[in-house]
Design a protein around this ligand. Sequence first.
Ligand SMILES: Nc1ncnc2c1ncn2[C@@H]1O[C@H](COP(=O)(O)OP(=O)(O)OP(=O)(O)O)[C@@H](O)[C@H]1O
Ligand SMILES: [Mg+2]
Length: 325
Amino acid sequence: MLGCGGGRRAAVTCLLELRGVDKTFFTDRGPVHAVRQMSMTIEAGEVVGLVGESGSGKSTVANLVLGLEQPDAGRIRFRGRDIGDWLAAESGAYRQAVQAVFQHPFQALDRRKRVGWLVAEPLVIHRRGSSRQRAERVEELMADVNLDPSLVDRYPHQLSGGQAQRVNIARALALEPSLLVCDEPVSALDVSVQAQILNLLLEIGRKRAMAMLFISHSLPVVRHLSDRTVVMYAGIAVEQGPGGEVSDRPAHPYTQLLISAASMTGDDPGTGRRAMQEAVPPQGCRFAPRCPMVIDRCAAEEPGLEELYEGRSSRCWRSHEFLDI
Ligand SMILES: Nc1ncnc2c1ncn2[C@@H]1O[C@H](COP(=O)(O)OP(=O)(O)OP(=O)(O)O)[C@@H](O)[C@H]1O
Ligand SMILES: [Mg+2]
């Protein structure tokens, strides 16, 4: 099991910890186990990439961390304290410390407000500074996200998708969060601006030593950005480890599939809500029906999360064999 302080960095602070988190949605078509037995950590300043195909539960994890959904079981702690307690006792402090950037850049922006107002809004809500100090801060924030100062009087509909997402990033940074949750922040943008926004996030995260939970369906993108990668399949974290190692020496056949899909299409490992729809053996591994490396044991017994070596874990009976350890 991965724990804070493990891996490559010693003596670091555990910022976020999920332990055995479950979340089920009850729908007309029956229960959907969106997240099962999820355990992961994010250390201060660390960028953790969460990757998996559509429907694997990535946004549900984000929403749980943001307190927009409550777990059915397990614990989510931020700075050692349950986030339910944070939200009950000091919701303002939690909302300030944990910010988010979502997929659709225009959705979060009030169409009737100008860019300057939108970037200042978090400062107003949290009563930061005088109006003059806020105006200065808006200028700084716009410069931080490479937005031309002349855009300050524009309305959202006068912005490109990339500019609108920069406004969202500026808003998210206004209160200097310690954790930024980015849920597919570039998937709705033109391909030509995706890399610019990704590199901006990377640069901002490093400069501010801000931790990030970076969600994407693309393993190459996550590899580029993350210190550590968590691979999700059908609600389960099937593999975790240092970003490069997970991509270069996958310990789980699902990660291998993401890699080969990415190399065939140039990037996208495939969409469609396949992960939740496969016939799952009642007691076995959820990935068994799609797994090219399946053995008899996979249908009979579900593998637990096993630490393979420090900082590296997976849920597959054959991981030792794949890594030759
Ligand atoms: N509020 C909800 N009510 C019912 N089912 C939900 C809800 N939110 C998510 N789900 C279901 O939970 C599963 C996981 O969804 P989630 O949105 O977390 O996946 P995802 O990995 O973010 O997918 P995508 O890449 O498409 O964004 C899906 O089957 C989804 O339909
Ligand atoms: Mg999602």
